[in-house]
Ligand binder design. Structure first.
Ligand code: G4P
Length: 533
């Protein structure tokens, strides 16, 4: 079925291209099934003859890559990837995010580039701690959210209870877009509530190929499924009476989420999710800039750098900057300006990225995500543009909760140590803080979780040949302040002040109690939880 959105009459070619883009991220608690669902969306998007390829490619690459050893050893995904594919006339940019809590900042950056997100829940576990955290990050961006309740092939929570939980824990209105037809442990298919049709699935071996699907009306469904159908019908009557119908405006503002029930591993319900992404997920819109005038899609080229990742290709030890195109047409070789440095930059080595594979890209449009290879000058948050200067607002980052002092243990490699620290800070692997903003031989690494430090140490040692030691610090919380606030805090002894590379002072506290105390004593001091990059 083709849902290629018709561009409004009278719009130019760039707006038309933008109208058929869908740029979205998938967020989930680890193990809820994000990787499996990604793979199945690719299968249904016609990108894979058989599922299993992404996983297999991942592990093959991981085996060849040394720094990804951390991912392999711990069974987590540190890096995130971009998958672009075209289906039914729609161009999807699917942005993968790491599930682990310690890498939530990475997710925040990815969401800065996305127009929508799919939240994956485990049918048995419902909303888990990391779901909540990532959801809050998505909500802060105000982007529409679709929910996929996965693993309905196994006994899970009652679907009505699942909706209640989403509503009470996340404070978002869930509206069931599909409804499962099952007896406990035997999941037969889903009702598409927009048509009333029952999609009955048949499993395939290992879920490697699309699940054969029959579409039945209510009479046929009752005859085939008996009690399972009757239970589903009763539940659907309850839902209809409760009145939570899909509301496009509430969806657009993130106030309501359509919920899809399925099983990624057995391919049940995946096609309906893909179809919904085509139909209801938003296409790129004009983007706010710091001077308050939004950048229209058909204005000259502009893009936001939302992620910088080293070692995408371990054989070359390279560094890829990911850009989200916000307006205009990208053409290979074009010269653009970096708003932060004012310097020109030739976009020659620009790639379309499919997971860890790349192809040279000739042109791209708003909503597309492209990788610029070895653009040493680009940092997270940089705006690139042609013609009139403009800047997109900085990307928020989370206030660090873990802090360690990093020491160089090999004086002969002092330079490498400092170059490495600087690069990791620029990439956003960790926050780098210094007591003296100009120089500090033992900077402090700060992050949302300790795994960030493992990645930093691993990379300092492997890539920069530095030998480092980490020492604990007493700090537990950080807030952004200003020069005056920093002076006051220093004078009170309630906390400490360290500086970010751009000179922003951070107020550090050893306990929530001391932070609260200081905030009460000095209500005039700015203490912001959100940082920016
Ligand atoms: P993640 O990226 O969110 O961390 O999750 P991932 O897709 O890796 O899935 C986590 C586990 O859940 C995997 O099992 C996967 O097979 C399983 N899973 C995913 N979707 C479904 C589903 O719809 N139903 C059921 N029953 N299981 C599902 P694993 O044992 O960790 O790995 P594997 O050996 O199966 O690959």
């Amino acid at each position: 079925m083709t849902h290629a959105p018709a561009a409004p009459a009278g719009v130019g070619p760039i707006a038309q291209e933008a109208a058929r883009r869908r740029t979205f991220a998938i967020i989930s608690h680890p193990d809820a099934g994000k990787t499996t669902l990604t793979e199945k969306l690719l299968l249904y998007g016609g990108q894979l003859a058989e599922a299993g390829a992404v996983q297999a490619r991942r592990s093959r690459r991981a085996a060849a890559s040394d720094w990804m050893e951390i991912e392999r050893n711990r069974g987590i995904s540190v890096s995130s990837t971009v998958l672009r594919f075209e289906h039914g006339g729609v161009v999807f940019n699917l942005l993968d995010t790491p599930g682990h809590r310690d890498f939530s900042e990475d997710t925040l950056r990815v969401l800065a580039a996305a127009d929508a997100a799919v939240m994956v829940l485990d049918a048995a576990r419902g909303v888990e701690p990391q779901t909540l955290r990532l959801f809050e990050v998505a909500r802060a961006r105000g982007i529409p959210l679709l929910t996929f309740v996965n693993k309905y092939d196994r006994p899970g929570m009652e679907p009505l209870a699942m909706l209640d939980q989403i509503e009470s824990v996340l404070a978002i209105t869930p509206t069931a877009a599909t409804w499962p037809v099952r007896i406990p442990g035997d999941y037969r298919g889903v009702v598409d509530r927009s048509t009333g049709a029952f999609h009955r699935f048949t499993r395939t071996a290992g879920g490697a190929t699309e699940a054969p699907e029959e579409v039945l009306d209510a009479e046929q469904a009752r005859a085939r499924e008996g009690e399972a159908w009757e239970v589903a019908e009763e539940e659907l009557d309850l839902l209809a009476a409760a009145g939570a119908a899909f509301d496009a405006n509430a969806f657009a503002t993130g106030a309501c989420t359509p919920v899809f029930f399925g099983s990624a591993v057995s391919n049940f319900g995946v096609a309906l999710l893909l179809e919904a992404l085509e139909r209801i997920a938003p296409s790129p819109r004009e983007r706010p800039t710091t001077d308050g005038r939004p950048r229209r899609l058909d204005e000259p080229f502009s893009a936001l750098t939302f992620k910088v990742q080293a070692n995408m290709d371990p054989r070359h030890r390279d560094r890829v900057a990911f850009l989200r195109i916000c307006s205009g047409r990208f053409e290979r070789g074009m010269r653009v300006l970096n708003a932060r440095t004012g310097r020109p930059f030739a976009m020659t080595h620009v790639h379309e990225v499919f997971g860890e594979e790349r192809a040279v890209l000739e042109q791209a449009f708003p909503g597309d995500v492209v990788g610029v290879v070895n653009a040493g000058d680009l940092r997270v948050g940089d705006t690139l543009y042609v013609d009139e200067p403009l800047e997109f607002p900085p990307i928020p980052t989370l206030a660090p909760e873990h802090f360690v002092t990093v020491r160089n243990r090999d004086t002969a490699r002092y330079k490498q140590f400092h170059r490495g620290i600087e690069q990791l800070g620029e990439e956003g692997v960790v926050h780098v803080l210094r007591r003296d903003p100009a120089a500090d031989p033992n900077p402090v690494l700060a992050g949302v979780g300790p795994l960030q430090f493992d990645v930093a140490v691993d990379r300092l040692e492997r890539e920069f040949g530095a030998t480092v030691g980490l020492d604990p610090t007493p700090w537990k919380l950080a807030r952004r302040t200003d020069a005056a606030g920093g002076e006051i805090l220093r004078a009170t002894n309630r906390g400490d002040v360290l500086f970010r590379p751009d000179g922003t002072p951070l107020a550090l506290f050893t306990s929530q109690w001391l932070l609260d105390r200081f905030a009460q004593e000095h209500p005039e001091v700015a203490l912001d939880r959100m940082l920016t990059r």
